[in-house]
Design a protein around this ligand. Structure first.
Ligand SMILES: [Zn+2]
Length: 381
C-alpha cells in the first residue's frame, strides 16, 4: 500500500499520480478540492494508508436534525453516527437552485459536478459526466449499489445513468442493464417489463445476456454466490420501515461480501432512500423507523470496515428534507418532539461522516462535489 504521506511529501510522485488520472481539467479541480481540505493533523503514518475500497452511504433527505433525532432515539452511545472519528458539512445547492433535488444532489456526490435540478449526470451541452464508479471500473475494481427505493430512482441512477430528466425510467432501466455494475439491489421490477414501457423493450433480457442473475426474493439473494447480481425484491417501491424488515442491512452486507472478493477492491453506494419520503410526508414515526433501519445497516458496515481496515466509509445526504427541527424531547427515554417546516427539501448544509483510510479529509465545510473529488484523489483514480 502506498503511504499518503509519501505522496504528499513528493511532488514528483504526486504529478505522476495526476497524469495517471488522464482527466485533463479534472486534475486541476481535484487540486482545488484538496487545497481547502484539512491537513493530516497528528495522524500517524500507519493511519495514512490509501483505501482499497470505498463505501459511499447516502441518507436521502438526512440533515443534522434527522441525525440528531436518530442519536437521541438510539440512547446512550448506541448510535452508529457516534462511531465516526471525522465529520464535517456539505453544501448541497445545485447548479441552478438553492435547493437541490435528489438527481442533482446524487450527481454532485457521484461525479463531482453541480448540475441543474432533475438532471442525472448530465451537464450543459448534453455533457455526460463520469462517475467515481466509472473510475473504479477502469481501475479494475468491482462496483454496485443497494437502495430502499426503485433502482431507477434518482440516487441509484446517479451511479450509472445519464439523462436530462430523472423520470426517464425507460432509458434509465436500459442504462442500468448496460452500466457494468456487478451488484444492483432495490425495488422497481415493473420498470423492466415490456408491457409497462413505451419502447416495449426487455432490459431483463439485456441483463441475462450480460451475465446477470436477477432474483426477486431475499432468500435467493442470500443464496446467490455467482458474479453478477441484480436483486429486484419489489414490483414497485420497496415497503416502508419497519414493515420492510431487515432488508437494507442484509442487502448491503451481501453486496460487500460479493464485491469484496475482488483483490483490486470495490466501490459501493448504499442509500437509505426513504428517510426522504418520510420527511416529505412529515411523518415522524416513519422517519424514526427509517433512521433506525439506517442505523442497523450502518453498524454492520462499520463492523466490516473495522475488521477490514482498508475501507473508506463516507456517509452524507444529498439534501435535507422537511425543514425538520427538534424543539424538545427526552434524552433518557430517547424521545424527540419532531416538527416539520413543510413537505419539501431545504437548502441547509448536511452532515458528512467518515471513517477509514483518508477519513480525515472529510472534515470542515465542503462542497458536495468535493466529496467524490476527494474520494478520487484518495483512491488514486
Ligand atoms: Zn434526495
Amino acid at each position: 500500500m502506498i503511504l499518503l504521506s509519501l505522496l504528499l511529501s513528493c511532488p514528483l510522485l504526486l504529478s505522476s499520480c495526476e497524469e495517471l488520472l488522464q482527466m485533463g481539467e479534472a486534475a486541476a479541480v481535484l487540486d482545488a478540492a484538496m487545497a481547502d481540505a484539512p491537513a493530516a493533523g497528528d495522524a500517524t503514518e500507519e493511519e495514512m494508508v490509501m483505501p482499497k475500497n470505498v463505501i459511499l452511504i447516502i441518507g436521502d433527505g438526512m440533515g443534522v436534525p434527522q441525525v440528531y433525532a436518530s442519536v437521541v432515539a438510539a440512547r446512550g452511545d448506541n448510535s452508529a453516527f457516534l462511531r465516526f472519528p471525522y465529520s464535517g458539512f456539505s453544501r448541497t445547492y445545485s447548479r441552478n437552485k438553492y435547493r437541490t433535488d435528489s438527481s442533482a444532489g446524487g450527481t454532485a456526490l457521484t461525479t463531482g459536478h453541480k448540475v441543474d435540478n432533475y438532471h442525472v449526470n448530465w451537464g450543459p451541452d448534453s455533457a455526460r459526466y463520469r462517475t467515481i464508479f466509472d473510475d473504479a471500473k477502469s481501475a479494475g475494481m468491482s462496483t454496485g449499489f443497494v437502495v430502499t427505493s426503485s433502482v431507477v430512482d434518482a440516487t441509484p441512477a446517479s451511479t450509472y445513468g445519464h439523462v436530462p430528466y430523472r423520470k426517464m425510467f425507460d432509458t434509465l432501466s436500459l442504462q442500468m442493464a448496460q452500466c457494468g455494475h456487478d451488484v444492483m439491489m432495490g425495488g422497481g421490477r415493473k420498470y423492466f417489463r415490456p408491457e409497462n414501457r413505451k419502447d416495449g423493450l426487455r432490459p431483463l433480457d439485456t441483463l441475462a445476456k450480460r451475465g446477470y442473475t436477477v432474483v426477486n426474493t431475499l432468500d435467493s439473494m442470500t443464496r446467490f454466490s455467482g458474479e453478477k447480481l441484480v436483486a429486484l425484491l419489489y414490483d414497485g417501491d420497496p415497503l416502508t420501515a419497519p414493515a420492510r424488515g431487515d432488508v437494507l442491512r442484509r442487502e448491503a452486507m451481501k453486496a460487500i461480501a460479493l464485491l469484496g472478493r475482488n483483490p483490486e477492491g470495490f466501490a459501493l453506494m448504499i442509500e437509505g432512500s426513504q428517510i426522504d419520503w418520510a420527511c416529505h410526508n412529515n411523518d415522524s414515526a416513519y422517519m424514526r423507523a427509517e433512521l433506525a433501519d439506517f442505523e442497523l445497516m450502518l453498524h454492520a458496515v462499520l463492523d466490516f470496515a473495522q475488521r477490514d481496515g482498508q475501507t473508506l466509509v463516507v456517509v452524507t445526504a444529498d439534501h435535507e428534507t422537511g425543514g425538520v427541527t427538534l424543539p424538545d424531547g427526552d434524552i433518557e427515554k430517547g424521545q424527540n418532539d419532531v416538527r416539520y417546516l413543510w413537505g419539501s427539501h431545504t437548502g441547509c448544509m448536511v452532515p458528512v461522516f467518515a471513517v477509514g483510510p483518508g477519513a480525515h479529509y472529510f472534515s470542515g465545510i465542503m462542497e458536495n462535489t468535493d466529496i467524490p473529488m476527494r474520494i478520487r484523489w484518495l483512491m488514486g483514480f
